[in-house]
Design a binder for this molecule. Structure first.
Ligand SMILES: Nc1nc2c(ncn2[C@@H]2O[C@H](COP(=O)(O)OP(=O)(O)OP(=O)(O)O)[C@@H](O)[C@H]2O)c(=O)[nH]1
Ligand SMILES: [Mg+2]
Length: 441
């Protein structure tokens, strides 16, 4: 976010942070509770983005107005308020359409932003790796394009009949072309990076590594938990979207088995589609894991609703049917309301899939480690197989999806011993010694 520098001679309390007023619409559908929580969150987001929030305005409407979001009358009222509070920004709790952005700008002499813009700005500030930066830029461009498209339609109508071109339209077409070109370049670069990641993913599989993705709402304590589990020091903080780049760490699970833990980008309500799209590769990291560790912020009264948001978005990413472990984090400062509601949401889950921890005090961490070790053991099976030479291809399969500890070439078969993912045992099954198929032979 741009912010004016204060000169050293400045003696007022005025800070460089721009002041903002939050604006929301409360439709009968949403309800007051939901609106006020959404505004709490928007206030956090705005704070993370460097704004100082001076107040909130909620307008009851069936749905946001197509041109002014809150209606012209209300908008005038808001302008008055903003003047009294010395506010420079209005931040709308939603995604403004191009028509609304223009409609509001025509009536209001203030700077305008919305939830999507705020989230995008945070992402832009946070991205550290090349991949993260490219993803953010792609998201910006995709956003710009939707805004331009909307406007373009109207301008071309203004331009007259078919074949005539208004000057605005030509410029727009140029803009769009430039954007599309840049997007193509960025996509190409991303593909190269994804290729690299794919390779390291299959490397992990070949090395028999079971992977767990740590997912959850933003600020739930995912990175803190990963640090605690693996004695690392990834950046954490009481800010939204601290983590934008997935980081993997290895944890020993006993008996010489280990597990790869992957930290991920936090989820949030109304994550704009184009952002999800831009970060898809990152989120897919979670979808390709063997286990989802879903971290909940038990200090947040909204924890139960956050679990549902995460569930929903994971399902969209194709990770809905993976095995889950629910980690109820921040139990050192748990809100009893959150605990009550979360337990209600998880009532159908097996009790041994729920662990209460505190990633800062270490409470419950050993129990979680035990569960992870148990999961690794359940995921892999030990086998001892006699493979006929005509099936020698199975040896490569066994190497790909597990670890081979013994490989001996006897006159009439290959003796193979090792561990393999249960889900990949198929081709080996018939040749396992002491397995049901071989008993008696
Ligand atoms: N009291 C308490 N605070 C915690 C606990 N776990 C995490 N926190 C705090 O919660 C805040 C967020 O923690 P992070 O680990 O950055 O959260 P995250 O889920 O990685 O957040 P994003 O990367 O932004 O999505 C930090 O200020 C942590 O110190 C806990 O068990 N108890
Ligand atoms: Mg994090």
């Amino acid at each position: 976010m741009q912010s004016e520098k204060i000169s050293s001679s400045s003696i007022t309390e005025q800070t460089a942070a721009p002041a903002a007023l939050l604006v929301a619409v409360d439709s009968s559908k949403t309800g007051q509770d939901v609106v006020s929580r959404s505004l709490d969150e928007l206030e956090d987001l705005a704070g993370t983005n460097g704004f100082v929030v001076k107040g909130r305005v909620v307008q009851r409407l069936e749905r946001p107005d197509g041109l002014t979001y809150v209606g012209s009358g209300k908008l005038l009222e808001i302008v008055e308020m903003a003047r009294d509070m010395e506010v420079d920004y209005l931040i709308f709790d939603g995604e403004l359409t191009p028509a609304q952005t223009r409609g509001i700008a025509e009536q209001v002499d203030l700077r305008i932003s919305d939830r999507v813009n705020v989230i995008l700005s945070i992402f832009a500030e946070r991205a550290r790796t090349d991949e993260g930066k490219i993803q953010v830029e792609l998201a910006w461009l995709r956003y710009r394009l939707t805004q331009l498209t909307g406007r373009g339609v109207e301008l071309s109508r203004l331009g007259g009949g078919i074949g005539t071109r208004g000057p605005g339209e030509t410029k727009l077409e140029q803009d769009r072309r430039v954007i599309r070109k840049r997007m193509a370049v960025l996509r190409g670069e991303l593909r190269k990076m994804e290729g690299r990641r794919q390779r390291s993913r299959s490397l992990r599989q070949r090395r028999e590594m079971v992977t767990a993705a740590i997912v959850g709402y933003t600020n739930a304590g995912k990175s803190t938990l990963l640090n605690k589990l693996t004695d690392s020091d990834l950046a954490t903080g009481d800010q939204l979207f601290m983590t934008l780049d997935p980081t993997a760490r290895r944890i020993e699970a006993g008996d010489g088995l280990s597990l790869i833990l992957v930290d991920t980008v936090g989820f949030i309500r109304d994550l704009p589609g184009f952002l999800l799209q831009a970060f898809r590769a990152t989120f897919e990291e979670a979808a390709s894991a063997d286990l989802i560790i879903l971290v909940c912020d038990m200090a947040d009264p909204d924890a139960a609703a956050q679990i549902e948001v995460v569930h929903h978005q994971l399902k969209d990413l194709g990770a809905g049917s993976l095995p889950f472990i629910y980690v109820l984090n921040k139990m050192d400062i748990v809100s009893s309301e959150a605990l009550h509601q979360v337990m209600a949401v998880l009532r159908h889950e097996k009790a041994d899939r729920i662990v209460q921890v505190s990633a800062t005090t270490g409470l419950g961490i050993d129990r979680l480690k035990e569960k992870l070790a148990q999961f690794v053991k359940e995921t892999l099976v030990e086998y001892h197989a006699l493979i006929p030479y005509r099936e020698a291809g199975i040896v490569a399969h066994a190497r790909e999806y597990g670890s081979v500890t013994e490989e001996r070439y006897e006159p009439d078969h290959i003796i193979l011993t090792g561990r393999i993912r249960k889900s990949r045992i198929g081709p080996l099954q018939a040749w396992i010694e002491e397995g049901p198929q071989r008993s008696g032979s």
